[in-house]
Write a protein that binds this ligand. Structure first.
Ligand code: CU
Length: 411
């Protein structure tokens, strides 16, 4: 059997047609030009305000990237329009006009070959110039008075240390608006990547190798100035292990006063519960499981405000006497662990487990009982299984409730 492609006679609607296939050709042309417009329209439907949108800049850094992106976008739209018009013109002009027409056969065309080699090369150069400029512009160290924050990536959470303020926190980075910030990026284990799309480009967070004396360690830095207050979402953007996808963060940009207030609260959160004049002792020895609490802790426990919720009092006591303090620190208490997130002002955090779920009593209880069930490979023990080289915490349900009440009271 011979298969033949037969061009329909006349037009599809049965009319004889004005000239060979004019109407079908017209329809095709319309489809050819209208389809992309329709697609564009559909995609514009996605132009909502999303938390991790990279086309919604809120810092000078993000602004530079965004304007580069927008200008390249419009230039490529221009090129697209030229290409499509040329294509449409070729389709119309060189279409087969009759059944037995054979087009002129051509092999090679030096002018065209040179043209479409040089043309794109020029375009690439035209894109490279502003791009390289943007790279240099965003690598400029910001002013001397910038706020410095040491960002440490851990599997699978973020540590933020403010050397100037002496504050250490986790997963929620607080920044004052309109003040330039220098983020010094470093990893405690594998390579992570710091990415808060609305605040700027992503940057790798690498382990920093030790250097010989007199040499400077090679940190990656990220510099920007937040221009608006608000909460901005971000996450680790470099695959770093089993729970990489659960390594999110929030950046809380506050007014200058709001930021200072947060710092003040950080220092006051538990210190206020100590007897007047009793300095929290950073040198306190780690409380090992099974040991009797030392004098320092007794003082802390006695110092508790009489009106305090008894659950919170019990929770504090349980927390300070269990292995939690081997890994977690709470300012103003004997808990000085540095392996896990610092839990000072934990009750003020909106999320838990590095931005993966709402910070509320129910989720917190679940977390303390079964952290690895919520987040695979987390280096934290549950109540019934070990983790991070520490045995199961063995807390009863009641104790977990109390610890949760205590942690949520830290704000
Ligand atoms: Cu990571």
């Amino acid at each position: 059997m011979r298969l033949t492609m037969k061009r329909p006679q006349g037009n599809r609607d049965g009319s004889a047609g004005v000239g060979p296939g004019v109407r079908t050709l017209g329809a095709r042309l319309v489809a050819f030009l209208v389809a992309p417009l329709l697609m564009g329209g559909l995609m514009a439907g996605c132009a909502d305000e999303y938390p991790q949108s990279s086309i919604s800049p809120h810092t000078d850094f993000a602004e530079i990237i965004h304007s580069l992106y927008v200008s390249i976008f419009w230039w490529s739209m221009l090129i697209l329009a030229v290409v499509w018009l040329l294509l449409a013109w070729v389709i119309v002009k060189y279409r087969r006009k009759s059944e037995d027409e054979k087009p002129r056969q051509i092999r090679g065309h030096l002018g065209l070959e040179i043209g479409w080699t040089i043309g794109p090369a020029l375009i690439v150069i035209a894109i490279a110039i502003p791009t390289v400029q943007a790279v240099f512009a965003t690598q400029q160290p910001v002013s001397e008075d910038a706020l410095e924050v040491e960002v440490v990536g851990h599997q699978f959470w973020w540590e933020f240390h403010y050397p100037e303020q002496g504050v250490t926190t986790a997963n929620e980075l607080w920044l004052p608006v309109d003040r330039p910030v220098n983020l010094r990026l470093e990893s405690n284990d594998v390579i992570h990547s710091f990415w808060v799309p609305k605040l700027g480009g992503k940057r790798d967070v690498n382990p920093v190798p030790a250097v010989r004396e007199g040499q400077d360690p090679k940190y990656n830095w990220l510099y920007f100035t937040p221009q608006e207050t608000g909460v901005f979402m971000g996450q680790c953007a470099e695959f770093c292990g089993q729970s990489h996808a659960l390594m999110a963060m929030r950046v809380v940009v506050e007014s200058e006063e709001g930021f200072q207030d947060w710092v003040d609260r950080w220092f006051a959160s538990e210190g206020a519960a100590l007897p007047a004049g009793a300095e929290p002792d950073a040198e306190t020895e780690l409380q090992m499981p099974g040991e009797e609490p030392d004098v320092q802790e007794d003082e802390e426990l006695q110092a508790v405000d009489q009106d305090e919720d008894p659950m919170v009092t019990l929770g504090r006591e349980t927390f300070l006497n269990s292995t939690c303090v081997a890994c977690h620190g709470v300012e103003g208490t004997s808990a000085q662990g540095v392996i896990g997130p610092n839990l000072t002002l934990f009750g003020a955090r909106s999320t838990l487990g590095a931005g993966i779920m709402e910070n509320n009593r129910e989720n917190l209880v679940r977390w303390i009982i079964d952290p690895q069930g919520i987040k695979a490979a987390v280096a934290m023990p549950g109540t019934e299984y070990p983790g991070g080289n520490w045995p199961a915490t063995g807390l009863s349900d009641g104790e977990v409730e109390a610890v949760a009440a205590y942690l949520l009271s830290l704000k």
